[in-house]
Design a protein around this ligand. Structure first.
Ligand SMILES: [Zn+2]
Length: 405
C-alpha cells in the first residue's frame, strides 16, 4: 500500500507492479503492462462520505470514492436507483427478494454509472472524442454523456443490436457504426481505432474509469440493504458489472461501513456461457447464441475479474435457457410491475435455477440487479407476451366487462 499522504484525492489509481500513483492508467513508465488498482485514503473517504450524506441521492454521493475530481456538469443524475422489494415473485421463488432497478438510470441502463465517470475523466484530459464498442447499452449511455459535455462520440455496435439501442445514440448525436459481425468483432475494430487515435475507450476492459463508476452499484447495495444480503445476482456478458459490483461491496466492508459481504451469483445464457464454463472448469467455445443480446459476449473482457469475484465471495454461476429468460420476462412484469430487458430476466431465471440446484437456500435474502429497461428490446419481450387482442371500436361494453366477472 503506497503512502496515503502522497494522494491528491481521496481515491486514485496505483500501478499494481511498481506501486506508483498514476495520473493516467496505462501510461505509467515502469514498463509494466500490469493492472491498476483503485486505492482509497480510507480515513478521508469515511469523513468525506459522512459529509456527503446531504448530497443528491445519486452517484455524486460517492465522489470521494471515484478517481475523478467532480461529476458536476457531467452527471445526469445516474445512480440512486430504487431497491424495490419483490414479495410476490420472491414468494414464488422461495426467497426474500429485492430488485435493484438500474433500468431507471437516465439512459435506461447500469452503464450510465461508468459513462459518467469516463466522460468526467475525458474532460479532465482535455479530450475531444470518446469511443465505445458495445452490445448497445454502453454505446447509448456514452453517447448521452458525451452529448452533454460537447464531446464527439464514435460507437461500434453489432448489426444485430436491437433497434432501440441504435436509435438512442443517434438521437444523442453520436456517430454509430453498425459492424457486420459479432460484439467481439465490433470490440476489436474499436480497439484498433482507439489505439491509433488515443481516444478514451469506454468499451469493456479498456479503461478502469468505467469500472470505478460501476462500483457505485455495489456501494449503493451495501448502503441500502438493512443487513448484508445472502446473495447478489448479476447477469454476465463481459463480466464487468459483476466484478465491479463485488469490488464496491467489498470496499464498503473494508471501510467498516457494513459488516461482511454477500455471495455473488453470476448468470449467463446457456448458448453463451464462457464465464460460467471457466468457473465450473468445463470446456468452452466462443459460440454466441441467446436472445439476451446484452450478455451475448463470446470473449468476455472481464472473465478473470468475474471469476475471481465469484470465487472470493463464495458464490457460483448458473446458466439459463432462452425459454426461461422469455418466461421470466413475463413473470417479472406480471408479478412485480417491472419490465426489464432479457439479460435481467436471465438473472431472475438464474435464481430459480440456483434454488433448484441447492445453491440458494429457501428464505435467503437475495438482491437481483436489473441492469436495463425492457423498452430497450421490445422485440424479445413480444415473444413472451404475444400480440394485443384486436377489437372493434363498436364492441358492446358488456362483452368486455364479462371477462372481469
Ligand atoms: Zn508501474
Amino acid at each position: 500500500m503506497p503512502d496515503e499522504s502522497e494522494m491528491d484525492q481521496a481515491t486514485a489509481f496505483v500501478c499494481s507492479a511498481c506501486g506508483n500513483y498514476l495520473d493516467e492508467p496505462g501510461r505509467h513508465d515502469c514498463g509494466s503492462a500490469a493492472d491498476v488498482d483503485l486505492v482509497h485514503d480510507e480515513e478521508r473517504v469515511r469523513s468525506l462520505l459522512s459529509d456527503a450524506a446531504t448530497e443528491p441521492g445519486d452517484i455524486r454521493r460517492y465522489e470521494p470514492l471515484l478517481p475523478v475530481e467532480t461529476l458536476d456538469g457531467v452527471s445526469l443524475g445516474e445512480g440512486g436507483t430504487a431497491l424495490a422489494s419483490a414479495p410476490t415473485l420472491g414468494a414464488e421463488l422461495g426467497v426474500q427478494l429485492e430488485l435493484k432497478l438500474d433500468g431507471s438510470n437516465p439512459t435506461g441502463s447500469t452503464k450510465d454509472r461508468g459513462s459518467s465517470v469516463v466522460v468526467a475523466h475525458a474532460l479532465e484530459r482535455g479530450d475531444d472524442v470518446v469511443a465505445c464498442a458495445s452490445t448497445g447499452n454502453a454505446a447509448a449511455s456514452l453517447a448521452a454523456y458525451a452529448a452533454r459535455s460537447s464531446l464527439s462520440c464514435c460507437l461500434f455496435v453489432p448489426q444485430r443490436a436491437p433497434d432501440a439501442k441504435t436509435v438512442q445514440p443517434l438521437v444523442y448525436g453520436a456517430d454509430v457504426l453498425a459492424v457486420d459481425g459479432t460484439y467481439d468483432d465490433a470490440h476489436a475494430l474499436c480497439q484498433r481505432v482507439t489505439s491509433e487515435s488515443g481516444w478514451l475507450d469506454r468499451s469493456a476492459g479498456a479503461t478502469p474509469y468505467t469500472d470505478a463508476g460501476t462500483r457505485t452499484l455495489g456501494y449503493e447495495i451495501a448502503e441500502e440493504t438493512e443487513s448484508v444480503p445472502d446473495w447478489v445476482v448479476v447477469p454476465m456478458g463481459n463480466g464487468g458489472t459483476l466484478a465491479s459490483t463485488w469490488a464496491g461491496l467489498e470496499t464498503f466492508a473494508d471501510l467498516g461501513l457494513v459488516e461482511g459481504t454477500p455471495r455473488m451469483l453470476g448468470v449467463q445464457a446457456e448458448g453463451t456461457s464462457p464465464i460460467h464454463d471457466a468457473v465450473a472448469g468445463t470446456s468452452s467455445t466462443d459460440a454466441t447464441d441467446t436472445c439476451a443480446d446484452s450478455i451475448d459476449v463470446g470473449t468476455p473482457q472481464h472473465l478473470e475479474d468475474a471469476r475471481d469475484a465469484i470465487t472470493a465471495s463464495g458464490g457460483t454461476t448458473v446458466t439459463v435457457t432462452d425459454d426461461a429468460i422469455t418466461e421470466a420476462t413475463a413473470t417479472l412484469g406480471r408479478t412485480e410491475g417491472v419490465f426489464v430487458e432479457p439479460a435481467c430476466a436471465a438473472a431472475v431465471a438464474g435464481i430459480r435455477r440456483a434454488r433448484a440446484a441447492g445453491s440458494i437456500d429457501g428464505g435467503d435474502h437475495v438482491v437481483a440487479v436489473m441492469t436495463g429497461s425492457g423498452l430497450k428490446d421490445t422485440g424479445t419481450a413480444r415473444a413472451a407476451v404475444g400480440e394485443p387482442e384486436q377489437v372493434s371500436a363498436a364492441t358492446d361494453a358488456t362483452a368486455i366487462l364479462q371477462r372481469y366477472e
